[in-house]
Design a protein around this ligand. Structure first.
Ligand SMILES: C[S@@+](CC[C@H](N)C(=O)[O-])C[C@H]1O[C@@H](n2cnc3c(N)ncnc32)[C@H](O)[C@@H]1O
Length: 319
Protein backbone atom coordinates (compact mmCIF):
# COMPACT_ATOMS: atom_id res chain seq x y z
CA UNK A 1 0.00 0.00 0.00
CA UNK A 2 1.23 3.49 -0.86
CA UNK A 3 0.90 4.86 2.66
CA UNK A 4 3.14 2.15 4.11
CA UNK A 5 5.76 2.81 1.46
CA UNK A 6 6.08 6.55 2.03
CA UNK A 7 4.96 7.12 5.63
CA UNK A 8 5.71 5.72 9.08
CA UNK A 9 3.16 4.99 11.81
CA UNK A 10 2.64 8.02 14.02
CA UNK A 11 3.05 10.49 11.16
CA UNK A 12 0.29 12.78 9.95
CA UNK A 13 -0.67 12.66 6.28
CA UNK A 14 -2.58 15.32 4.32
CA UNK A 15 -5.04 14.59 1.52
CA UNK A 16 -5.89 17.94 -0.09
CA UNK A 17 -8.56 16.43 -2.39
CA UNK A 18 -9.87 13.86 0.03
CA UNK A 19 -13.20 12.90 -1.62
CA UNK A 20 -15.02 10.22 0.30
CA UNK A 21 -12.00 9.60 2.50
CA UNK A 22 -10.11 6.56 1.24
CA UNK A 23 -6.78 8.04 2.31
CA UNK A 24 -8.12 8.90 5.77
CA UNK A 25 -9.54 5.43 6.34
CA UNK A 26 -6.36 3.72 5.18
CA UNK A 27 -4.24 6.06 7.30
CA UNK A 28 -6.23 5.19 10.42
CA UNK A 29 -5.82 1.49 9.63
CA UNK A 30 -2.07 1.97 9.20
CA UNK A 31 -1.43 3.84 12.44
CA UNK A 32 -1.24 7.34 10.93
CA UNK A 33 -3.17 10.49 11.68
CA UNK A 34 -4.76 12.12 8.66
CA UNK A 35 -6.33 15.38 7.55
CA UNK A 36 -8.63 15.52 4.54
CA UNK A 37 -9.70 18.66 2.74
CA UNK A 38 -12.62 18.80 0.34
CA UNK A 39 -14.74 21.58 -1.11
CA UNK A 40 -17.76 19.29 -1.44
CA UNK A 41 -19.85 19.29 1.74
CA UNK A 42 -21.26 15.83 1.15
CA UNK A 43 -17.79 14.32 0.86
CA UNK A 44 -16.85 16.04 4.13
CA UNK A 45 -19.93 14.59 5.82
CA UNK A 46 -18.97 11.10 4.57
CA UNK A 47 -15.40 11.51 5.79
CA UNK A 48 -16.52 12.74 9.21
CA UNK A 49 -18.90 9.85 9.66
CA UNK A 50 -16.44 7.22 8.42
CA UNK A 51 -13.53 8.36 10.59
CA UNK A 52 -15.06 9.55 13.88
CA UNK A 53 -14.68 7.42 16.99
CA UNK A 54 -18.00 6.37 18.44
CA UNK A 55 -19.34 5.14 21.71
CA UNK A 56 -20.56 1.82 20.27
CA UNK A 57 -23.51 1.53 22.66
CA UNK A 58 -24.95 4.94 21.81
CA UNK A 59 -24.30 4.39 18.12
CA UNK A 60 -26.14 1.07 18.17
CA UNK A 61 -28.99 2.49 20.24
CA UNK A 62 -29.43 5.47 17.91
CA UNK A 63 -29.43 3.44 14.74
CA UNK A 64 -31.70 0.70 16.09
CA UNK A 65 -34.16 3.29 17.35
CA UNK A 66 -34.19 5.17 14.04
CA UNK A 67 -34.56 1.83 12.24
CA UNK A 68 -37.72 1.09 14.21
CA UNK A 69 -39.17 4.48 13.21
CA UNK A 70 -38.66 4.13 9.44
CA UNK A 71 -41.99 4.76 7.76
CA UNK A 72 -42.98 7.63 10.06
CA UNK A 73 -44.08 10.54 7.91
CA UNK A 74 -44.70 14.25 8.30
CA UNK A 75 -47.07 16.50 6.41
CA UNK A 76 -44.15 18.39 4.87
CA UNK A 77 -44.47 19.17 1.15
CA UNK A 78 -41.49 17.91 -0.86
CA UNK A 79 -39.36 20.32 -2.88
CA UNK A 80 -39.62 20.41 -6.68
CA UNK A 81 -36.43 18.30 -6.94
CA UNK A 82 -37.80 15.62 -4.62
CA UNK A 83 -41.15 15.55 -6.44
CA UNK A 84 -39.37 15.08 -9.76
CA UNK A 85 -36.90 12.37 -8.74
CA UNK A 86 -38.91 10.32 -6.22
CA UNK A 87 -42.20 8.50 -6.34
CA UNK A 88 -44.69 10.05 -3.86
CA UNK A 89 -44.37 7.27 -1.26
CA UNK A 90 -40.55 7.25 -1.46
CA UNK A 91 -40.54 11.04 -1.00
CA UNK A 92 -42.77 10.76 2.10
CA UNK A 93 -40.51 8.11 3.62
CA UNK A 94 -37.29 10.02 2.96
CA UNK A 95 -38.70 13.27 4.32
CA UNK A 96 -40.14 11.43 7.33
CA UNK A 97 -36.68 9.98 8.07
CA UNK A 98 -35.06 13.38 7.65
CA UNK A 99 -37.44 14.76 10.27
CA UNK A 100 -36.29 12.27 12.91
CA UNK A 101 -32.55 12.59 12.34
CA UNK A 102 -32.07 15.48 14.75
CA UNK A 103 -33.58 13.49 17.63
CA UNK A 104 -30.31 11.56 17.83
CA UNK A 105 -26.78 12.21 19.01
CA UNK A 106 -25.47 10.55 15.87
CA UNK A 107 -27.57 12.64 13.52
CA UNK A 108 -24.72 12.77 10.97
CA UNK A 109 -24.62 8.99 10.68
CA UNK A 110 -28.35 9.05 10.01
CA UNK A 111 -27.82 11.78 7.40
CA UNK A 112 -25.44 9.46 5.58
CA UNK A 113 -28.01 6.66 5.81
CA UNK A 114 -30.60 9.04 4.35
CA UNK A 115 -28.27 9.99 1.50
CA UNK A 116 -27.41 6.38 0.69
CA UNK A 117 -31.11 5.47 0.64
CA UNK A 118 -31.94 8.57 -1.39
CA UNK A 119 -29.38 7.57 -4.01
CA UNK A 120 -30.96 4.15 -4.43
CA UNK A 121 -34.56 5.35 -4.28
CA UNK A 122 -34.32 7.83 -7.15
CA UNK A 123 -36.42 7.07 -10.18
CA UNK A 124 -33.46 5.98 -12.30
CA UNK A 125 -32.48 2.93 -14.27
CA UNK A 126 -30.31 0.40 -12.44
CA UNK A 127 -27.51 0.95 -14.93
CA UNK A 128 -27.28 4.71 -14.59
CA UNK A 129 -27.10 5.53 -10.91
CA UNK A 130 -24.05 7.76 -11.30
CA UNK A 131 -25.27 10.54 -13.56
CA UNK A 132 -28.92 10.10 -14.54
CA UNK A 133 -30.21 12.98 -16.67
CA UNK A 134 -33.95 12.50 -16.40
CA UNK A 135 -36.14 10.47 -14.08
CA UNK A 136 -37.19 7.04 -15.35
CA UNK A 137 -40.94 6.84 -14.86
CA UNK A 138 -41.86 3.69 -16.79
CA UNK A 139 -40.63 0.07 -16.73
CA UNK A 140 -37.52 -0.30 -18.90
CA UNK A 141 -35.20 -2.90 -20.38
CA UNK A 142 -32.37 -3.17 -17.86
CA UNK A 143 -28.88 -3.73 -19.32
CA UNK A 144 -27.56 -4.63 -15.90
CA UNK A 145 -30.10 -7.34 -15.00
CA UNK A 146 -31.00 -8.36 -18.57
CA UNK A 147 -34.72 -8.18 -17.93
CA UNK A 148 -37.48 -5.63 -17.59
CA UNK A 149 -37.08 -3.58 -14.40
CA UNK A 150 -39.25 -0.86 -12.97
CA UNK A 151 -38.25 2.34 -11.17
CA UNK A 152 -38.56 2.05 -7.39
CA UNK A 153 -41.55 3.59 -5.69
CA UNK A 154 -40.65 3.26 -2.02
CA UNK A 155 -37.56 4.16 0.04
CA UNK A 156 -38.24 2.39 3.35
CA UNK A 157 -36.48 -0.81 2.27
CA UNK A 158 -33.33 1.17 1.45
CA UNK A 159 -33.51 3.15 4.69
CA UNK A 160 -33.71 -0.10 6.64
CA UNK A 161 -30.95 -1.79 4.70
CA UNK A 162 -28.55 1.16 4.92
CA UNK A 163 -29.23 1.82 8.60
CA UNK A 164 -28.09 -1.71 9.41
CA UNK A 165 -25.33 -1.74 6.82
CA UNK A 166 -23.88 1.57 8.02
CA UNK A 167 -23.95 0.33 11.62
CA UNK A 168 -22.15 -2.87 10.58
CA UNK A 169 -19.52 -0.95 8.59
CA UNK A 170 -18.79 1.49 11.41
CA UNK A 171 -18.46 -1.39 13.88
CA UNK A 172 -16.14 -3.26 11.51
CA UNK A 173 -13.94 -0.20 11.04
CA UNK A 174 -13.77 0.38 14.80
CA UNK A 175 -12.19 -3.08 15.08
CA UNK A 176 -9.44 -2.47 12.53
CA UNK A 177 -8.46 1.17 13.06
CA UNK A 178 -5.30 1.81 15.04
CA UNK A 179 -5.83 2.99 18.59
CA UNK A 180 -5.22 6.65 19.29
CA UNK A 181 -5.07 7.75 15.63
CA UNK A 182 -7.44 10.46 14.52
CA UNK A 183 -8.61 12.10 11.33
CA UNK A 184 -9.62 15.74 10.80
CA UNK A 185 -11.79 17.02 8.02
CA UNK A 186 -11.58 20.53 6.59
CA UNK A 187 -14.44 21.72 4.41
CA UNK A 188 -13.01 24.36 2.13
CA UNK A 189 -11.12 25.31 -1.00
CA UNK A 190 -7.68 23.77 -0.63
CA UNK A 191 -6.09 26.53 -2.69
CA UNK A 192 -6.59 28.87 0.23
CA UNK A 193 -7.61 27.14 3.47
CA UNK A 194 -5.25 27.27 6.44
CA UNK A 195 -3.58 23.88 6.92
CA UNK A 196 -1.55 22.40 9.82
CA UNK A 197 1.80 20.55 9.73
CA UNK A 198 2.13 17.21 7.94
CA UNK A 199 4.70 14.56 7.09
CA UNK A 200 3.58 14.53 3.47
CA UNK A 201 0.71 14.33 1.02
CA UNK A 202 -1.20 11.44 -0.52
CA UNK A 203 -4.02 12.38 -2.86
CA UNK A 204 -5.96 11.64 -6.00
CA UNK A 205 -6.86 15.03 -7.41
CA UNK A 206 -9.81 15.76 -9.70
CA UNK A 207 -9.06 15.58 -13.42
CA UNK A 208 -10.56 17.92 -16.04
CA UNK A 209 -13.68 16.84 -17.84
CA UNK A 210 -14.40 13.78 -15.72
CA UNK A 211 -16.73 14.36 -12.78
CA UNK A 212 -18.78 17.15 -11.24
CA UNK A 213 -18.43 16.22 -7.60
CA UNK A 214 -21.36 18.25 -6.32
CA UNK A 215 -23.67 17.16 -9.14
CA UNK A 216 -22.74 13.51 -8.56
CA UNK A 217 -24.45 13.70 -5.15
CA UNK A 218 -27.11 16.25 -6.01
CA UNK A 219 -29.78 14.22 -4.14
CA UNK A 220 -27.80 14.60 -0.92
CA UNK A 221 -27.38 18.36 -1.34
CA UNK A 222 -31.11 18.68 -2.02
CA UNK A 223 -32.34 16.48 0.81
CA UNK A 224 -29.84 17.56 3.44
CA UNK A 225 -29.71 21.24 2.43
CA UNK A 226 -25.90 21.07 2.23
CA UNK A 227 -23.76 24.05 1.34
CA UNK A 228 -23.18 23.98 -2.45
CA UNK A 229 -19.79 25.38 -3.45
CA UNK A 230 -19.54 23.86 -6.91
CA UNK A 231 -18.04 27.00 -8.39
CA UNK A 232 -14.88 26.28 -6.37
CA UNK A 233 -14.33 22.78 -7.76
CA UNK A 234 -11.02 22.50 -9.62
CA UNK A 235 -11.42 20.80 -13.00
CA UNK A 236 -15.20 20.38 -12.81
CA UNK A 237 -16.50 18.47 -15.83
CA UNK A 238 -19.00 21.29 -16.42
CA UNK A 239 -16.08 23.61 -17.19
CA UNK A 240 -15.18 21.38 -20.14
CA UNK A 241 -11.77 20.64 -21.58
CA UNK A 242 -11.13 23.71 -23.70
CA UNK A 243 -7.65 25.12 -23.63
CA UNK A 244 -8.81 27.79 -21.17
CA UNK A 245 -10.42 25.15 -18.93
CA UNK A 246 -7.24 23.06 -18.89
CA UNK A 247 -5.19 26.15 -18.05
CA UNK A 248 -7.56 27.01 -15.20
CA UNK A 249 -7.32 23.42 -13.98
CA UNK A 250 -3.52 23.51 -13.95
CA UNK A 251 -3.55 26.87 -12.13
CA UNK A 252 -5.91 25.39 -9.54
CA UNK A 253 -3.81 22.30 -8.88
CA UNK A 254 -0.62 24.38 -8.74
CA UNK A 255 -2.21 26.69 -6.14
CA UNK A 256 -3.39 23.69 -4.10
CA UNK A 257 0.04 22.04 -4.17
CA UNK A 258 1.76 25.28 -3.20
CA UNK A 259 -0.58 25.66 -0.23
CA UNK A 260 0.08 22.05 0.78
CA UNK A 261 3.82 22.48 0.31
CA UNK A 262 3.86 25.24 2.86
CA UNK A 263 2.56 22.83 5.46
CA UNK A 264 5.23 20.11 5.06
CA UNK A 265 9.00 19.82 5.50
CA UNK A 266 11.30 20.42 2.53
CA UNK A 267 11.79 16.87 1.24
CA UNK A 268 8.37 15.55 2.27
CA UNK A 269 6.77 13.11 -0.20
CA UNK A 270 3.86 14.10 -2.42
CA UNK A 271 2.18 10.92 -3.64
CA UNK A 272 -0.29 11.80 -6.37
CA UNK A 273 -2.54 9.18 -7.94
CA UNK A 274 -3.94 10.38 -11.26
CA UNK A 275 -4.53 9.10 -14.76
CA UNK A 276 -2.70 11.98 -16.42
CA UNK A 277 -3.69 11.23 -19.97
CA UNK A 278 -3.10 14.84 -21.02
CA UNK A 279 0.37 14.87 -19.51
CA UNK A 280 -0.37 17.98 -17.48
CA UNK A 281 1.44 16.94 -14.32
CA UNK A 282 5.12 17.35 -15.22
CA UNK A 283 4.48 21.06 -15.74
CA UNK A 284 2.07 21.36 -12.77
CA UNK A 285 4.67 19.86 -10.44
CA UNK A 286 7.41 22.06 -11.76
CA UNK A 287 5.30 25.20 -11.33
CA UNK A 288 4.50 24.13 -7.77
CA UNK A 289 8.21 23.78 -7.05
CA UNK A 290 8.08 19.99 -6.72
CA UNK A 291 10.54 17.58 -8.30
CA UNK A 292 9.07 14.49 -9.96
CA UNK A 293 11.03 11.56 -8.59
CA UNK A 294 9.16 8.57 -9.93
CA UNK A 295 6.19 7.71 -12.08
CA UNK A 296 4.59 4.31 -11.51
CA UNK A 297 1.77 2.95 -13.62
CA UNK A 298 -0.80 0.76 -11.98
CA UNK A 299 -3.72 -1.21 -13.19
CA UNK A 300 -7.13 -0.64 -11.60
CA UNK A 301 -10.28 -2.67 -11.85
CA UNK A 302 -13.46 -0.71 -11.31
CA UNK A 303 -16.27 -2.76 -9.87
CA UNK A 304 -19.45 -0.75 -10.27
CA UNK A 305 -21.27 1.75 -12.40
CA UNK A 306 -21.45 2.41 -16.06
CA UNK A 307 -17.79 3.23 -16.27
CA UNK A 308 -16.90 -0.19 -14.92
CA UNK A 309 -13.96 -1.93 -16.44
CA UNK A 310 -10.23 -1.74 -16.50
CA UNK A 311 -8.07 1.30 -16.66
CA UNK A 312 -4.69 2.59 -15.62
CA UNK A 313 -3.56 5.27 -13.29
CA UNK A 314 -0.22 6.83 -12.56
CA UNK A 315 1.31 7.21 -9.16
CA UNK A 316 3.54 10.26 -9.20
CA UNK A 317 6.08 10.64 -6.45
CA UNK A 318 7.39 14.17 -6.04
CA UNK A 319 9.17 16.10 -3.31
C1 LIG B 1 -10.76 12.33 -7.42
S1 LIG B 1 -11.70 12.99 -6.10
C2 LIG B 1 -10.91 12.30 -4.70
C3 LIG B 1 -11.22 10.85 -4.56
C4 LIG B 1 -10.77 10.27 -3.24
N1 LIG B 1 -9.45 9.69 -3.36
C5 LIG B 1 -11.75 9.25 -2.72
O1 LIG B 1 -11.33 8.22 -2.23
O2 LIG B 1 -12.95 9.46 -2.76
C6 LIG B 1 -11.28 14.69 -6.08
C7 LIG B 1 -11.94 15.52 -4.99
O3 LIG B 1 -11.42 16.85 -5.07
C8 LIG B 1 -12.42 17.72 -4.58
N2 LIG B 1 -12.12 19.10 -4.96
C9 LIG B 1 -12.27 19.70 -6.17
N3 LIG B 1 -11.89 20.99 -6.11
C10 LIG B 1 -11.49 21.23 -4.83
C11 LIG B 1 -11.00 22.36 -4.15
N4 LIG B 1 -10.86 23.54 -4.76
N5 LIG B 1 -10.66 22.24 -2.83
C12 LIG B 1 -10.82 21.04 -2.20
N6 LIG B 1 -11.29 19.94 -2.79
C13 LIG B 1 -11.63 20.01 -4.09
C14 LIG B 1 -13.70 17.15 -5.18
O4 LIG B 1 -14.83 17.59 -4.46
C15 LIG B 1 -13.45 15.65 -5.09
O5 LIG B 1 -14.04 15.12 -3.94
Amino acid sequence: MLLARYFRPGQHVLDPFAGSGTTLVQALESGLDATGVDVAAFNCLLMEVKTRTYNPFILEQDLRSAHARIGETTGERPSAYVRRWYAPQAARELIGFRALVDDYEHADVLRVVLARAARSARRTTHFDLDFPRDPQLEPYWCHKHRRECRPVDTAAQFLRRYTLDTLARLKAFARVRARGCTASVIHGDVREVALGRFAGVLTSPPYPGLIDYHEQHRYAYELLALDDRRELEVGAAAAGTSRAALAAYSDGIVAALINAKESVARSAPFVIVVNDRRDLYPEILERAGLRLEQRLRRHVNRRTGRRAGEFFEDVLIAR
